[in-house]
Design a protein around this ligand. Structure first.
Ligand code: ADP
Ligand code: MG
Length: 253
């Protein structure tokens, strides 16, 4: 089982769109996939027509493999299960920080379902906190959508620093790609060139364009490949999927 986190320290960059489309791509290719919606807003669950769970998260939830497994739901797609958001995930940080070895807890509960899944995707909320440390420890790979604006450069640098210094994790886990790209904007083109230059190892070549097809996922409540497979944004997410697979093979993970 491999754990892939969709993460950014910024909101609204396309983490959820990425989690949803990658989960679908892995499942379609035959992998058994669990998508965990760790954002209390429950957006990735929404795209798969799930309601956030009202089940209260208490200290036992991530410790008790049986309860964790019971909260998992099937989706409309083969090989693709969802752990719906829990409305109390927003208190998850506090709860983790209270616990000893809190930052290994998520990894432990995921190990409990390791034989049931090949790929676990984590759709994360946008913060650097205890949850982020947890995620960085547990994840084999961290996929980071980056909108190519000036502010993103700083944010990305902060993320790398955080991984090195606080999470004591490995930069090599980071697989970044440009999201919501508008090639007609000079700023986007220049920022992408500069960031590719500064972080040649971290960015894959796939670029997801700014596209109404992705926005329409909200009305279809489905991955883009299910209703607009031939469109550029669906192809771009397929490229992200394929490059991520290559990266995983290369890393031997
Ligand atoms: N490539 C894209 N083109 C246009 N809109 C996008 C794209 N990716 C995401 N969006 C839209 O931007 C908003 C934020 O995306 P989302 O995936 O929810 O980001 P995050 O999870 O990082 O907050 C959503 O309304 C989504 O439909
Ligand atoms: Mg989100």
């Amino acid at each position: 089982m491999k754990i892939i986190a969709c993460y950014s320290n910024k909101g609204g960059v396309g983490k959820t769109a990425t989690a949803v489309n990658l989960a679908y791509a892995f499942a379609k290719a035959g992998a058994r996939v669990l998508l965990c919606d760790l954002d209390p807003q429950g957006a990735s669950g929404f795209y798969f027509r799930m309601k956030p769970s009202k089940r209260l998260l208490d200290e036992a939830f991530f410790k008790d493999v049986e309860r964790f497994a019971k909260a998992i739901r099937g989706s409309d797609f083969d090989n693709l299960d969802i752990l719906p958001a829990n409305l109390t995930f927003r208190d998850f940080d506090i709860y983790l920080s209270r616990m000893k070895h809190g930052n290994a807890r998520l990894g432990k509960s995921l190990k409990g379902v390791a034989s049931d899944y090949d790929i676990v995707l984590l759709d994360c909320p946008p913060n650097i906190s205890m949850l982020a440390e947890n995620v960085f420890q547990a994840a084999d790979h961290i996929i980071v959508p980056v909108i190519p604006t000036t502010l993103s450069e700083r944010t990305f640098e902060q993320l790398l620093d955080f991984i090195d210094e606080q999470a004591k994790s490995d930069r090599k886990k980071i697989v970044a790609f440009f999201s919501m790209v508008q090639k007609q904007k000079t700023l986007h083109v220049e920022t992408m060139a500069r960031m590719r230059d500064t972080y040649p190892e971290r960015f894959i070549s796939a670029e997801v364009p700014f596209s109404t097809d992705i926005e329409r996922m909200g009305t279809h409540r489905a991955p883009v490949a299910t209703f607009a497979a031939a469109r550029p944004s669906a192809k771009a997410y397929d490229d992200v999927y394929r490059e991520l697979r290559e990266h995983m093979d290369k890393e031997g993970k």
